[in-house]
Design a binder for this molecule. Sequence first.
Ligand SMILES: [Zn+2]
Length: 227
Amino acid sequence: MKGAIKIGRIAGIEISVHYTWILAFLLFTWLLASAFFPQSYPNWSAAAYWITGALAALLLFISVLIHEIAHSLVAKARGLPVKGITLFIFGGVSNIESEPDKPKVEFAMSIVGPLSSLVLAGILYGIFLLVPAQDSPLGAILRYLAIANAWLAAFNILPGFPLDGGRVLRSIIWGATGNLVRATNIATTVGQVFAWLFIGFGVFQLLAGNFLGGLWIAIIGWFQWRR
Ligand SMILES: [Zn+2]
């Protein structure tokens, strides 16, 4: 991806950050520090909201990175060359150089992302329950990340090709029919329908007064439709 800076390697996978990621980081920090945390925890200091907001936003993107690493590790284990992972404004992408040649490989490679987010959500929620002061910034971050990871799992398992769920759907149709072209066509059509549902829902939210949330959902839908 053009405009991305390499920040390091994890398990032999090159990790890069695209400049648009900074915008997402600032936006999430601002939303968390000025709205989400003050609404749920009204008694903190201003500094506590901003530090907790920035930390939670950073950890959210580390969660996205873990999700992508899961995809890349399974791809590598099945012999597919992985160029690296790039974090950008809408999350993360794994740059896997070739397409899987068997439906089973695509299925494993795709489902492991949402599964890892779901497991992470469970672990974080478990730790949250063990924290003595659940209203403290630590408790708040754990709770927020548990919810965010559960959403990440739920969003990615939607059958909107090329989201993970769309790839899972394609691999199942591919496995059942033995026809990759037909499976791709069906998964793409379902994906387009989901993209339009996203755009429609986003516009509806926007008109209902949820401006930022609505705009965000509509842009994600548009981004997915364009692919
Ligand atoms: Zn994924």
